[in-house]
Write a protein that binds this ligand. Structure first.
Ligand code: NCD
Length: 315
């Protein structure tokens, strides 16, 4: 059991494999006609979303309900209170109401860590995305999806040793990229970050990655997985590239680029996609794309995470 899930940084191979195996168990239960388990009965989970979300919010809600928790979803976006104050007040209110788990998405990097260590609440905290910092459940569902495509029904106990992953695009603003690079490398994969120089973080020393600015070169290398990132316009305060057309030309995963990949290479995207910008619609809808599997697997992975954080002493 873990107290919180805030980051994938520091995950060991075995801890990661254990969580993915637990997600396999959860996925098995989701094949049954009755999908609901009694596991978290009597537990209250609050989804606290200070930022927009479709997939992640709904996925956590479904996951908690499938485990029989009581779920309250609170969209706090647009609150006029200053962020620190609002987070403290909200957390203390939720504590007073007896929340056992808080799943939080927040625009500020580090917010989940603050919540977990502040003493404002004793709830188990799951980071559902904090600013540009981390999005650990997305990385777990991505790893789960890759492992299933690689090893099928036989994936339990396996890591991703030898897998070569290229993460492409707006790495600078991407919490998905950060959580993925820690988790994938813990599982034995190698990670290359590719994007325009303006959208690659300035300091990646200490990150277990290589970087590059040439997508065609990365594709010619025949990676096993190409993970496309959304261009996060809402986080851009200046012009990071000349035009959408220019971005698509240099960094979009076009049909021609996808065709240049080995036939077994996977194409991933966390969603929401800008079709025609970072990924061509035909590539997103092609058999090598895992976009919808990622969404589907998200439920089982979040069931595993909620179980891990909330079962045991707290439940
Ligand atoms: C991601 C996010 O919100 O960080 N989406 C998601 O959770 N599925 C990626 C993104 O917004 O680009």
């Amino acid at each position: 059991m873990s107290d919180h899930l805030l980051t994938t940084r520091g995950f060991t191979r075995d801890a990661a494999v254990r969580l993915l195996d637990l997600a396999e168990d959860m996925a098995d239960t989701q094949q049954r006609q009755v999908k609901k388990l009694p596991t978290l009965r009597g537990t209250t989970v609050v989804n606290l979303f200070f930022e927009d979300s479709t997939r992640t919010r709904i996925s956590f809600e479904v996951a908690a309900k499938r485990l029989s928790a009581d779920v309250i979803t609170f969209s706090a976006k647009g609150s006029s209170v200053s962020k620190g104050e609002s987070l403290q007040d909200t957390a203390q209110t939720l504590q007073a109401m007896g929340a056992d788990g808080i799943v939080m998405r927040h625009p500020s990097s580090g917010a989940a860590h603050v919540l977990a260590t502040s003493g404002w609440t004793r709830a188990g905290v799951v980071n559902a995305g904090d600013g540009t910092h981390e999005h650990p459940t997305q990385a777990l569902l991505d790893a789960f999806t890759i492992r299933r495509r690689r090893d099928g029904d036989d994936s339990r106990g396996r890591d991703l040793a030898g897998l070569r992953v290229v993460i492409v695009g707006d790495v600078l603003h991407s919490r998905v990229a950060r959580s993925n690079l820690w988790l994938l490398t813990a599982l034995g994969a190698s990670v290359r970050l590719v994007g325009p120089p303006t959208l690659l973080p300035a300091h990646v020393e200490g990150w277990p990655v290589t970087t590059g600015i040439d997508l065609d070169e990365a594709i010619a290398d025949g990676p096993d997985v190409v993970m496309m990132l959304r261009v996060q316009r809402e986080r851009m305060t200046e012009a990071f590239f000349p035009s959408a057309r220019e971005y698509a030309r240099l960094y979009g995963l076009s049909v021609a680029r996808a065709d240049a990949l080995p036939s077994t290479s996977l194409v991933m995207h966390p969603g929401p996609m800008n079709r025609g910008l970072e990924i061509a619609g035909a590539v997103a809808d092609s058999p090598r794309s895992t976009v919808l599997e990622q969404v589907q697997n998200g439920v089982a992975v979040r069931m595993a995470v909620l179980y891990d954080v909330l079962a045991g002493e707290r439940a």
